[in-house]
Design a protein around this ligand. Structure first.
Ligand SMILES: NC(=O)c1ccc[n+]([C@@H]2O[C@H](COP(=O)([O-])OP(=O)(O)OC[C@H]3O[C@@H](n4cnc5c(N)ncnc54)[C@H](OP(=O)(O)O)[C@@H]3O)[C@@H](O)[C@H]2O)c1
Length: 325
């Protein structure tokens, strides 16, 4: 089969497709023919050797997939050959076949395409658990989503609207603001051109945002504490800006706010009962038409370097997807 193989730390531009043997089916595993695989910013860091997880060589990156089950490992129940599934294997997704633990797989809803399925397993549970489990977002509250046209950002906008919140989006540039509005945001602020703090205060009649969903970090986090409401919750999701902010503790005290964070992978490991609950809730939202993964572009396997280049250069919105077979 064809797969991307990393046998030394390299730049994404150097990634190549190789002919390799099919992955070994292990007990508890599913051998999935990969129809689509989602790209993530950490794929870039992982192949460069700059990510916290450094797999032994050789390895195939690719953390989330959707495809068709071709073989079912010993001890697996609930899946059969031919089933359409989505899964988060962590590694191995940028290949024609991938063996995933059955515990990380979910039946792909009938109406969901493989590409949508490959775009869902990381950003949607992250945004759902971030807003619900950590942010306790309530109906009629105001949600501020930063980088609202990015992967987790779009998911947060859609989920926030579905939960009945009023959503204010920030994004870099007019085109990304348009995307955020199209995906359901009530207001969009181009935070490259406009002071988002004063605009949020204006839009909330001086109250500020009840929940702030922050996947950017840096100055954006610091500024956010100036437009958060009394009893507000700042949910830290990531640091796309590349800068981990320091938070002034007096701001936490003065406005009675909570600063919280969500790491979906760790959350799912520590509270595994939330995995079926969160995916079940997401599939219900999808069926009701409230959420829909947005695909920026699809690339064949050999174009993974171009896909990661697009992702790394801040040009994309929603998800970039690879279609290996
Ligand atoms: N906590 C978790 O479990 C979890 C799960 C998934 C992802 N994450 C993290 O969340 C962050 C966003 O992930 P994503 O999948 O949404 O990524 P993405 O699709 O690449 O979107 C990131 C967005 O951040 C904004 N941004 C601001 N400063 C940037 C900079 N210096 N370089 C690049 N982008 C910048 C960009 O939007 P504008 O151009 O509009 O500013 C970009 O579209 C990442 O740090 C990722 O590691 C965390």
């Amino acid at each position: 089969m064809r797969a991307i193989v990393v046998d030394r730390w390299m730049e994404p531009a150097e990634l190549q497709v190789r002919e390799v043997s099919e992955p070994e089916l292990v007990p508890g595993g599913l051998d999935v023919e990969v129809r689509a695989a989602g790209c993530n910013f950490f794929d870039i860091l992982m192949v460069q050797g700059r990510y916290q997880l450094k797999p032994p060589f050789p390895f195939t990156p690719g953390a989330e997939i959707a495809g068709v089950v071709r073989r079912v490992g010993a001890g697996v129940s609930g899946f059969a050959e031919g089933d359409r599934v989505l899964a988060s294997p962590g590694l191995g997704g940028f290949a024609e076949r991938c063996v995933v633990g059955a515990g990380s797989a979910h039946p792909l809803p009938q109406a969901m395409s493989f590409e949508e399925g490959a775009a869902l397993p990381i950003i949607y549970p992250t945004s759902f658990a971030g807003l619900v489990d950590r942010g306790r977002l309530a109906r009629d509250e105001t949600l501020l989503v930063h980088a609202a046209a990015g992967g987790v950002g779009i998911a947060a906008v859609q989920i926030g609207k579905a939960l009945g919140a009023s959503v204010i989006a920030t994004a870099g540039g007019a085109e990304k603001c348009e995307i955020a509005l199209r995906e359901g945001a009530d207001h969009a602020i181009d935070y490259r051109d406009e002071d988002f703090v004063s605009r949020v205060m204006e839009l909330t009649d001086g109250r500020g945002a009840d929940v702030i969903y922050d996947s950017v970090g840096g100055d954006i986090t610091d500024q956010s504490l100036k437009c958060i409401a009394w009893n507000g919750r700042l949910v830290i999701i990531g640091f796309a800006s590349g800068t981990i902010p320091s938070i002034k503790a007096n701001r936490i005290l003065l406005k009675n706010i909570e600063v919280t964070g969500l790491h979906w992978g760790a959350h799912a490991q520590k509270a595994p009962e939330r995995i079926p609950e969160v995916f079940g809730a997401l599939f219900d939202l999808y069926a009701a038409g409230h959420i829909r993964p947005v695909i920026f572009e699809r690339y064949p396997l050999e174009k993974l370097p171009d896909a990661l280049h697009a992702l790394g250069s801040r040009r994309t919105w929603g998800k970039v997807v690879i279609t290996p077979s």
